[in-house]
Design a protein around this ligand. Structure first.
Ligand code: 13P
Length: 242
Protein backbone atom coordinates (compact mmCIF):
# COMPACT_ATOMS: atom_id res chain seq x y z
CA UNK A 1 0.00 0.00 0.00
CA UNK A 2 1.15 3.54 -0.76
CA UNK A 3 2.46 5.30 2.37
CA UNK A 4 0.19 8.33 2.75
CA UNK A 5 2.56 9.84 5.32
CA UNK A 6 5.15 10.35 2.59
CA UNK A 7 2.99 13.04 1.01
CA UNK A 8 2.16 16.61 2.02
CA UNK A 9 -0.86 16.92 -0.30
CA UNK A 10 -3.06 14.95 -2.70
CA UNK A 11 -4.48 16.03 -6.06
CA UNK A 12 -6.99 13.52 -7.38
CA UNK A 13 -8.40 13.86 -10.91
CA UNK A 14 -11.84 12.30 -11.26
CA UNK A 15 -12.43 11.97 -14.99
CA UNK A 16 -15.91 10.48 -14.49
CA UNK A 17 -17.35 9.11 -17.78
CA UNK A 18 -14.86 10.94 -20.00
CA UNK A 19 -11.74 10.13 -21.98
CA UNK A 20 -10.53 7.51 -24.43
CA UNK A 21 -7.14 6.16 -25.55
CA UNK A 22 -6.45 9.14 -27.79
CA UNK A 23 -7.36 11.57 -25.03
CA UNK A 24 -5.08 9.75 -22.57
CA UNK A 25 -2.12 9.78 -24.98
CA UNK A 26 -2.49 13.49 -25.52
CA UNK A 27 -3.09 14.28 -21.84
CA UNK A 28 0.00 12.38 -20.73
CA UNK A 29 2.17 14.20 -23.30
CA UNK A 30 0.82 17.58 -22.30
CA UNK A 31 0.78 17.51 -18.49
CA UNK A 32 3.76 18.50 -16.46
CA UNK A 33 4.09 16.87 -13.03
CA UNK A 34 5.29 18.92 -10.03
CA UNK A 35 8.98 18.83 -9.08
CA UNK A 36 7.84 18.55 -5.47
CA UNK A 37 7.55 14.79 -5.03
CA UNK A 38 5.65 15.21 -1.75
CA UNK A 39 2.64 16.19 -3.88
CA UNK A 40 0.73 13.01 -4.70
CA UNK A 41 -1.04 13.20 -8.07
CA UNK A 42 -3.69 10.56 -8.77
CA UNK A 43 -5.63 10.21 -12.03
CA UNK A 44 -8.88 8.23 -12.05
CA UNK A 45 -9.95 7.36 -15.62
CA UNK A 46 -12.84 5.05 -16.51
CA UNK A 47 -12.41 1.44 -15.42
CA UNK A 48 -11.84 0.37 -19.03
CA UNK A 49 -8.83 2.69 -19.29
CA UNK A 50 -7.17 1.82 -15.95
CA UNK A 51 -4.78 -0.73 -17.39
CA UNK A 52 -3.74 1.49 -20.30
CA UNK A 53 -3.23 4.39 -17.91
CA UNK A 54 -1.17 2.28 -15.51
CA UNK A 55 1.10 1.08 -18.30
CA UNK A 56 1.61 4.56 -19.75
CA UNK A 57 1.79 6.59 -16.57
CA UNK A 58 4.72 8.77 -15.61
CA UNK A 59 5.07 10.19 -12.12
CA UNK A 60 1.46 9.96 -11.06
CA UNK A 61 -0.69 7.24 -9.50
CA UNK A 62 -3.75 5.63 -10.99
CA UNK A 63 -7.08 5.35 -9.19
CA UNK A 64 -10.45 3.76 -9.96
CA UNK A 65 -13.78 5.57 -9.59
CA UNK A 66 -15.75 2.70 -8.13
CA UNK A 67 -15.57 -0.93 -7.02
CA UNK A 68 -18.10 -3.63 -6.22
CA UNK A 69 -19.17 -4.09 -2.61
CA UNK A 70 -18.95 -7.83 -3.27
CA UNK A 71 -15.70 -9.76 -3.20
CA UNK A 72 -16.69 -12.20 -5.95
CA UNK A 73 -19.61 -14.33 -7.09
CA UNK A 74 -22.69 -14.00 -9.27
CA UNK A 75 -22.75 -10.20 -9.73
CA UNK A 76 -22.76 -9.68 -13.49
CA UNK A 77 -20.92 -6.60 -14.69
CA UNK A 78 -19.30 -5.75 -11.36
CA UNK A 79 -15.56 -5.05 -10.84
CA UNK A 80 -13.95 -6.46 -7.70
CA UNK A 81 -11.19 -5.01 -5.52
CA UNK A 82 -9.20 -8.09 -6.44
CA UNK A 83 -9.44 -7.18 -10.16
CA UNK A 84 -8.33 -3.60 -9.42
CA UNK A 85 -5.38 -4.97 -7.51
CA UNK A 86 -4.44 -7.11 -10.54
CA UNK A 87 -4.14 -3.84 -12.49
CA UNK A 88 -1.84 -2.28 -9.84
CA UNK A 89 -4.40 0.37 -8.97
CA UNK A 90 -3.39 2.22 -5.79
CA UNK A 91 -6.46 4.34 -5.02
CA UNK A 92 -10.23 4.10 -5.53
CA UNK A 93 -12.90 6.78 -5.11
CA UNK A 94 -15.92 5.39 -3.23
CA UNK A 95 -19.29 6.85 -2.34
CA UNK A 96 -19.12 9.77 -4.79
CA UNK A 97 -22.38 11.71 -4.61
CA UNK A 98 -23.12 10.80 -8.24
CA UNK A 99 -23.01 7.13 -7.25
CA UNK A 100 -25.13 7.77 -4.17
CA UNK A 101 -27.65 9.75 -6.24
CA UNK A 102 -27.81 7.91 -9.58
CA UNK A 103 -26.86 4.39 -8.52
CA UNK A 104 -28.52 4.43 -5.10
CA UNK A 105 -25.37 3.54 -3.16
CA UNK A 106 -25.88 3.43 0.57
CA UNK A 107 -23.38 4.14 3.35
CA UNK A 108 -23.35 0.41 4.13
CA UNK A 109 -22.32 -0.42 0.51
CA UNK A 110 -19.56 2.18 0.72
CA UNK A 111 -18.39 0.61 3.98
CA UNK A 112 -18.08 -2.83 2.32
CA UNK A 113 -16.36 -1.37 -0.73
CA UNK A 114 -13.79 0.42 1.43
CA UNK A 115 -13.18 -2.67 3.52
CA UNK A 116 -12.60 -4.83 0.41
CA UNK A 117 -10.21 -2.24 -1.01
CA UNK A 118 -8.16 -2.01 2.19
CA UNK A 119 -7.80 -5.79 2.22
CA UNK A 120 -6.27 -5.52 -1.27
CA UNK A 121 -3.94 -2.65 -0.26
CA UNK A 122 -5.89 -0.09 -2.29
CA UNK A 123 -6.60 3.24 -0.61
CA UNK A 124 -10.31 4.17 -0.59
CA UNK A 125 -11.03 7.88 -1.06
CA UNK A 126 -14.37 8.02 0.75
CA UNK A 127 -16.60 10.90 -0.38
CA UNK A 128 -19.04 12.63 1.94
CA UNK A 129 -21.02 15.83 1.48
CA UNK A 130 -24.29 17.62 2.08
CA UNK A 131 -26.92 18.65 -0.47
CA UNK A 132 -28.03 22.26 -0.84
CA UNK A 133 -31.20 21.38 1.07
CA UNK A 134 -29.12 19.99 3.96
CA UNK A 135 -26.99 23.13 3.98
CA UNK A 136 -30.03 25.41 3.99
CA UNK A 137 -31.52 23.47 6.88
CA UNK A 138 -28.23 23.88 8.78
CA UNK A 139 -27.74 20.14 9.18
CA UNK A 140 -24.44 19.73 7.28
CA UNK A 141 -22.41 18.48 10.25
CA UNK A 142 -25.07 15.95 11.25
CA UNK A 143 -25.23 14.59 7.68
CA UNK A 144 -21.44 14.28 7.50
CA UNK A 145 -21.27 12.63 10.91
CA UNK A 146 -23.81 9.99 9.84
CA UNK A 147 -22.11 9.38 6.46
CA UNK A 148 -18.71 8.99 8.12
CA UNK A 149 -19.98 6.78 10.93
CA UNK A 150 -21.66 4.38 8.52
CA UNK A 151 -19.43 4.44 5.45
CA UNK A 152 -15.97 4.27 7.01
CA UNK A 153 -15.18 0.67 8.03
CA UNK A 154 -13.60 -0.33 11.34
CA UNK A 155 -10.43 -1.32 9.48
CA UNK A 156 -9.93 2.26 8.18
CA UNK A 157 -7.23 4.44 9.65
CA UNK A 158 -5.21 7.50 8.65
CA UNK A 159 -2.66 5.32 6.89
CA UNK A 160 -5.04 3.39 4.64
CA UNK A 161 -8.00 5.72 3.92
CA UNK A 162 -8.52 9.28 2.64
CA UNK A 163 -11.70 11.29 3.26
CA UNK A 164 -12.99 13.63 0.54
CA UNK A 165 -15.42 16.38 1.53
CA UNK A 166 -17.51 17.24 -1.54
CA UNK A 167 -20.58 19.42 -0.98
CA UNK A 168 -23.06 18.08 -3.56
CA UNK A 169 -24.17 21.60 -4.50
CA UNK A 170 -20.59 22.61 -5.35
CA UNK A 171 -19.98 19.83 -7.87
CA UNK A 172 -19.86 21.11 -11.44
CA UNK A 173 -21.65 24.33 -10.52
CA UNK A 174 -18.81 26.83 -10.16
CA UNK A 175 -20.02 27.43 -6.59
CA UNK A 176 -17.85 26.71 -3.56
CA UNK A 177 -18.26 27.20 0.17
CA UNK A 178 -16.20 30.07 1.57
CA UNK A 179 -12.67 29.18 2.61
CA UNK A 180 -13.73 29.51 6.23
CA UNK A 181 -16.63 27.12 5.70
CA UNK A 182 -14.34 24.57 4.04
CA UNK A 183 -11.77 24.81 6.81
CA UNK A 184 -14.43 24.64 9.55
CA UNK A 185 -16.08 21.60 7.96
CA UNK A 186 -12.75 19.79 7.60
CA UNK A 187 -12.01 20.69 11.19
CA UNK A 188 -15.39 19.24 12.23
CA UNK A 189 -14.65 16.01 10.34
CA UNK A 190 -11.27 15.75 12.03
CA UNK A 191 -12.38 16.65 15.54
CA UNK A 192 -15.87 15.20 16.04
CA UNK A 193 -14.50 11.69 16.46
CA UNK A 194 -10.94 11.02 17.61
CA UNK A 195 -10.72 8.21 15.02
CA UNK A 196 -10.43 10.84 12.29
CA UNK A 197 -7.88 13.17 13.97
CA UNK A 198 -5.00 12.20 11.72
CA UNK A 199 -6.87 11.40 8.50
CA UNK A 200 -5.96 13.15 5.25
CA UNK A 201 -9.04 15.16 4.22
CA UNK A 202 -9.25 16.56 0.69
CA UNK A 203 -11.82 19.00 -0.71
CA UNK A 204 -13.81 18.61 -3.96
CA UNK A 205 -16.37 20.76 -5.75
CA UNK A 206 -15.54 23.36 -8.44
CA UNK A 207 -11.80 23.33 -7.75
CA UNK A 208 -10.03 25.21 -10.55
CA UNK A 209 -6.58 26.65 -11.22
CA UNK A 210 -7.72 30.00 -9.84
CA UNK A 211 -8.94 28.78 -6.43
CA UNK A 212 -6.88 25.65 -5.72
CA UNK A 213 -4.08 27.48 -3.96
CA UNK A 214 -6.27 29.29 -1.45
CA UNK A 215 -8.27 26.11 -0.74
CA UNK A 216 -5.40 23.66 -0.38
CA UNK A 217 -3.40 26.03 1.80
CA UNK A 218 -6.16 26.02 4.45
CA UNK A 219 -4.94 24.44 7.69
CA UNK A 220 -7.29 21.45 7.60
CA UNK A 221 -7.21 20.75 3.86
CA UNK A 222 -4.79 18.11 2.57
CA UNK A 223 -5.49 18.40 -1.14
CA UNK A 224 -8.22 18.42 -3.75
CA UNK A 225 -10.53 16.14 -5.72
CA UNK A 226 -11.01 17.69 -9.13
CA UNK A 227 -13.65 16.92 -11.76
CA UNK A 228 -14.13 19.17 -14.82
CA UNK A 229 -10.85 21.06 -14.48
CA UNK A 230 -8.86 17.82 -14.41
CA UNK A 231 -9.85 17.09 -18.03
CA UNK A 232 -7.90 20.05 -19.37
CA UNK A 233 -4.18 19.27 -19.36
CA UNK A 234 -3.11 22.93 -19.13
CA UNK A 235 -5.49 23.72 -16.27
CA UNK A 236 -4.68 20.49 -14.41
CA UNK A 237 -0.97 21.26 -14.76
CA UNK A 238 -1.57 24.67 -13.15
CA UNK A 239 -3.56 23.00 -10.36
CA UNK A 240 -0.83 20.53 -9.46
CA UNK A 241 2.02 22.99 -9.97
CA UNK A 242 0.55 25.73 -7.73
P1 13P B 1 -16.06 19.46 -10.37
O1 13P B 1 -14.60 19.74 -10.07
O2 13P B 1 -16.35 19.39 -11.84
O3 13P B 1 -16.96 20.38 -9.62
O4 13P B 1 -16.36 17.97 -9.83
C1 13P B 1 -15.98 17.65 -8.55
C2 13P B 1 -16.10 16.19 -8.38
O5 13P B 1 -17.19 15.63 -8.45
C3 13P B 1 -14.86 15.44 -8.19
O6 13P B 1 -15.13 14.15 -7.74
Amino acid sequence: MIKLDNFSSFFVANWKLNGNFKFIDQFITEISLPQDTTKCVVICPTTIHLDYMSKNKTKFYVGAQNVSQHKDGAFTGEISADSLSDLNVNFCIVGHSERRQFFFEKNEDINHKSENLIKKNIIPIVCVGETLEDKEKGITNGILEEQLKKSIPISSNFQNTIIAYEPVWAIGTGLTPTNKEINDTHSFIREHNSKFNKFKIIYGGSVKANNVNEITSLLNVDGALIGGASLKSDEFTKIIQD
